[in-house]
Unconditional design. Structure first.
Length: 275
C-alpha cells in the first residue's frame, strides 16, 4: 500500500487569488490541486455530522472516524498518479481547523487575503457586467441596487461576509499556527517570490513555474451553475492591474481599515506564516 500523500489547503477570502494560486501550483507535476472550491470539505462535514448525531453516532470511535474522514479526501483525488501532495480549496477549511489538526496533523491552510474594498469592487464588477443581473451570488430580491447587493455580500450569508467571519475566527483562534496568509497584491506583483516562500514553508517539490502562461482549469459548468460566467477565469499572465474603484465613497469609508492582518510594507514579504 502506497503512503498517503501530503495534504494542504487553500482558503481565505473571495476574489483574493485562490484560483490563481491553485492554477500556478497545478503546474508542478508533483502536486494535484482542486483549482476552485471542491466538494471535499462539504462531504467531510456532512459525514462528520452523521458520526456526531443520531442513530449512528455510537458506531464510530475516534480511530474509525478519522480513518473514514481521511479516506474521503484520498478517494476523491485518487487518480493513479504518483503525485505526492494534494492541495484542496474551500472557504470552510478556515472554520474547521480543529478537524484539520486531528485528521491532517501536518497540513497548513493557505489563506488568500485582500483589501476588502477591492474584494467588493471585484464582486460588484463581476455581477453588473451581466445586464440582467442574474448572478446567484446575490438573491434575486437583493439585486436591484448596488447598496442592496453590497449589503447581502457583506452579510453573514454573503460570499464575502461568511468568508470574512470564519477567517477572523481562524486568525484569532487556537489553531492559528496552521495558517499561511498570502496577500493578493503581493502575489500579483511578485508571484515568483510568493511561490518560493510557499515551496519552502510547505516542503513542496521544487518547480520552475511559468507566470506568463497561466492555464485556467475548466470551471465553465461550475460558474454557469452560479449564473456568474467568468467567476474563475484567469488572465494568462500574472500581473497587478491598476483600476478605478466603482464603489461609492461612503462604502469605501465603511470598509477602509477593516483588515485585521498587517499589510506588507515596502520590501517585506506578502506571505505571512502565523506561529
Amino acid at each position: 500500500m502506497s503512503p498517503s500523500p501530503d495534504v494542504h489547503f487553500i482558503s481565505g477570502l473571495p476574489r483574493s487569488g485562490s484560483t490563481l494560486l491553485s492554477a500556478l501550483l497545478s503546474q508542478n507535476p508533483a502536486l494535484v490541486t482542486s483549482g476552485r472550491s471542491s466538494p471535499v470539505a462539504p462531504m467531510i462535514l456532512r459525514v462528520s455530522s452523521l458520526m456526531a448525531e443520531g442513530e449512528y453516532a455510537g458506531d464510530f470511535d475516534a480511530r474509525k472516524r478519522d480513518r473514514v474522514l481521511r479516506q474521503i479526501l484520498d478517494s476523491y483525488y485518487a487518480s493513479g498518479t504518483e503525485r505526492r501532495v494534494i492541495i484542496d480549496t474551500h472557504r470552510d477549511w478556515c472554520a474547521r481547523l480543529g478537524l484539520i489538526d486531528t485528521i491532517f496533523p501536518a497540513a497548513k491552510v493557505i489563506c488568500c487575503v485582500r483589501d476588502p474594498i477591492w474584494i467588493m469592487d471585484s464582486l460588484e464588477r463581476l455581477i453588473v457586467r451581466d445586464p440582467i443581473l442574474s448572478s446567484h451570488l446575490v438573491p434575486i430580491g437583493k439585486r436591484a441596487t448596488q447598496h442592496d447587493r453590497l449589503d447581502h455580500l457583506l452579510s453573514a450569508d454573503g460570499v464575502f461576509g461568511y468568508a470574512w467571519r470564519v477567517l477572523i475566527e481562524a486568525f484569532h483562534g487556537p489553531f492559528a499556527n496552521r495558517l499561511i496568509l498570502v496577500d493578493y497584491d503581493y502575489l500579483a506583483r511578485y508571484p515568483k517570490a510568493t511561490l518560493a516562500t510557499l515551496t519552502r514553508e510547505l516542503g513542496l517539490p521544487a518547480h520552475d513555474y511559468d507566470f506568463a502562461h497561466v492555464e485556467s482549469h475548466d470551471h465553465t459548468a461550475f460558474d454557469q451553475a452560479l449564473s456568474t460566467p467568468g467567476l474563475h477565469q484567469l488572465r494568462p499572465k500574472v500581473s497587478f492591474e491598476e483600476r478605478r474603484c466603482i464603489l461609492p465613497p461612503a462604502v469605501q469609508e465603511t470598509l477602509a481599515g477593516g483588515m485585521f492582518w498587517r499589510r506588507p510594507q515596502a520590501g517585506e514579504s506578502g506571505v505571512r506564516i502565523l506561529a
